[in-house]
Design a protein around this ligand. Structure first.
Ligand code: ADP
Ligand code: MG
Length: 330
């Protein structure tokens, strides 16, 4: 199969039976020429982000290709959400050790299932032979001046978390044999790990409401630290208020729970800050969007440090996030 036959068969949306009327406006020219041609709505800024997934580092050898297709797009959609941008277009750079048609069929099915849900169009890419590596570049639009930066948190702002923290890390711990989950809890945690749900609608609704935002890819403590550094503020967070899956209750392993909730990566929830006066407007989003939103603490003046309080109000030791350069990234 030639390179272009492969692209036509697996990566052209029309060939995948997608309804072209659902494609976002702005695609003047998609796959097939030297470049795609895209039109950004006037008054909007173009938001661009790239993420790379490498076999053996970000996912294990032999990982389910459908879930990989989902996750490689989901992590990029999550960056759009964290910026308050509406995702529109993606390009896909793929290195494959060999042409495995069954793998390509499942991978593209996972990718397009999510792409059509979020009305994102695949408009180009590159395909080459090499160790399995998936790199998606996503482009989206955000009204000029309304993007959610990491910088912008103000002393006195409340800190909010969407959904639940630690579920993906708990799923990973299960896969690594460090805990044993069963039944619905196991299914739910593995889903959080392999098929995260990017909070795109929430990101868009937070425009003009949140003062800063980030998505939790490396762990709550580490990702909040990025907001604190860029905003030059500190934070006080109540550990007990951090929302977490009920599977942790049954687990009854306080040390693992702490590790997952504070430092577990891959949850792709949003952490954001907002003035206390916006609290009721933010609470109203819970019903609108069907996502839990939990206030967990406050931004405070001073050094860019996170102070974590335990149930008794005593300070816990600060924790960092997932570190890609650690010898065993899991
Ligand atoms: P070029 O030689 O100009 O880089 P290619 O032969 O690599 O062109 O690609 C031909 C067309 O197919 C281009 O429009 C490119 O964007 C698209 N393309 C290549 N690989 C992929 C892919 N994995 N997914 C989507 N589009 C792709
Ligand atoms: Mg090329």
């Amino acid at each position: 199969m030639s390179e272009f036959d492969l692209i036509r068969r697996y990566f052209m949306q029309a060939a995948k039976g997608a309804d072209s009327t659902r494609h976002p406006a702005g695609v003047e020219l998609g796959i097939g020429d030297d470049c795609a041609l895209l039109r950004v709505a006037s008054g909007s800024e173009l938001a661009v982000s790239t993420d790379m997934l490498v076999e053996g580092r970000h996912f294990p050898v032999g990982a389910d290709p459908f879930k990989l297709g989902h996750k490689s797009l989901a992590v990029n959609l999550s960056d759009m959400a964290a910026m308050g941008a509406a995702p529109r277009w993606v390009t896909l750079a793929l290195a494959l050790p060999h042409v495995d048609e069954a793998w390509l069929e499942r991978f593209s099915a996972g990718l397009f299932a999510l792409a059509s849900r979020f009305e994102v169009a695949l408009v180009g890419g590159d395909t080459t032979r090499g160790p399995l590596t998936i790199s998606v570049t996503i482009m989206g639009e955000v009204p000029a001046g309304l993007a959610l930066y990491r910088a912008g948190a103000q002393p006195g702002d409340e800190i909010w978390v969407s959904g639940e923290l630690g579920g993906a890390a708990l799923g990973l711990a299960h896969e690594q044999g460090r805990v044993s989950l069963e039944g619905a809890a196991k299914q739910a945690m593995l889903r959080r790990l392999h098929e995260p749900e990017p909070r795109v609608a929430l990101g868009e609704r937070l425009r003009g409401l949140a003062t800063s935002a980030i998505d939790v890819s490396d762990g709550f403590a580490g990702d909040l630290a990025h907001i604190l550094e860029r905003s030059a503020v500190g934070a006080l967070v109540h550990y007990d208020r951090l929302p977490r899956p009920s599977a942790f209750v049954k687990l009854a392993n306080a040390r693992m729970e702490e590790e997952c909730v504070l430092s577990g990566g891959d949850d792709y929830e949003l952490v954001f800050t907002a003035p206390q006066a916006s609290g009721s407007e933010i609470r109203a989003l819970v019903d609108d969007l069907g996502i839990a939103l939990t206030p967990v603490g406050y931004v405070q003046r001073g050094e860019a440090k996170l102070v974590l309080l335990d149930a008794k109000g005593a300070s816990m030791r600060d924790r960092g996030g997932f570190d890609h350069f650690r010898p065993d990234p899991g």
